[in-house]
Design a binder for this molecule. Structure first.
Ligand code: PGA
Length: 252
């Protein structure tokens, strides 16, 4: 059965001490929550990974990176490889976030390489995609999402899908306070599951967790997460304080 996941993307927020403190708070509070089929993941920025890993070791809180470079190693000043992440003990990396696509020129082709590099290093990839507002307005959102998933992931063999988590994040809903309605999220998630089933098979489609992201907060999470094909959330703003984030975990 597919897992429910609440993943916090801390983006470029919090220094080393603040990140470690937030991780400590989460570890304390998540201890009270029953997590039968739910994973809790936090993604601090690279330089804060080691502190957050230390703070969460032995707890139910998993740690992920927000990005990585596709090359094995070499002359890529300022970049981080998959192997560097696994050497810290990480098991998960977020790839293709819309901010990476928009501000750092990450194309579908680059993301396909990043997915390959992550999987080769036994990292699970939380693969993000989603349409911008104009695409939604012109009713092109299904085409855009299908194309992003196809180009980023459909070259993979079926077995690779054990290590893929999908995150639908409509760009117009990220950090804007505007959320997709639970019905809009469900409609898109069901569509995504259908294209995965068509390309691979129903079992793979049923087993892949599909997260929704974009202005999820404690006040709207319950309704969104209750939809059949929504398996949790990728959370930005509301992941930056422990109370809101734990409230999101509890909303399952
Ligand atoms: P938000 O960000 O929750 O602040 O909208 C979501 C994301 O970018 O993953």
């Amino acid at each position: 059965m597919r897992k429910q996941i609440v993943a916090g993307n801390w983006k470029m927020n919090k220094n080393f001490q603040e990140s470690t403190q937030l991780a400590n708070e989460l570890v304390n509070k998540v201890g009270d929550v029953s997590l039968d089929n739910t994973r809790v993941i936090v993604a601090p920025t690279f330089v804060n990974l080691s502190g957050v890993i230390s703070a969460t070791t032995g707890s139910n809180v998993e740690v992920a990176a927000q990005n990585m470079h596709q090359a094995k190693s070499g002359a890529y000043t300022g970049e981080i490889s998959a192997e560097m992440l696994t050497s810290l003990g990480l098991k998960t990396v977020i790839l293709g976030h819309s901010e990476r696509r928009e501000y750092f020129g990450e194309t579908d082709a680059i993301l396909a390489e990043k997915v390959n590099a992550a999987l080769e290093n036994k990292l699970e990839a939380i693969f993000c995609f989603g349409e911008v507002l104009e695409d939604r307005k012109s009713n092109n959102h299904f085409n855009i999402v299908e194309s992003q998933i196809k180009k980023g992931l459909f070259h993979l063999e079926a077995s690779a899908w054990n290590n893929i988590v999908l995150a639908y994040e409509p760009v117009w809903a990220i950090g804007t306070g505007e959320t997709a309605s639970p019905e809009q999220a469900q409609e898109m998630h069901a569509f995504i599951r259908k294209i995965v089933a068509n390309k691979y098979n129903q079992e793979i489609a049923n087993n892949v967790s599909i997260l929704y992201g974009g202005s999820v907060k404690p006040s709207n999470a319950k309704e969104i997460f209750s939809k059949e094909d929504v398996d949790g959330g990728l959370i930005g703003g509301a992941a930056l304080n422990s109370e809101d984030f734990i409230a999101l975990v509890k909303s399952f």
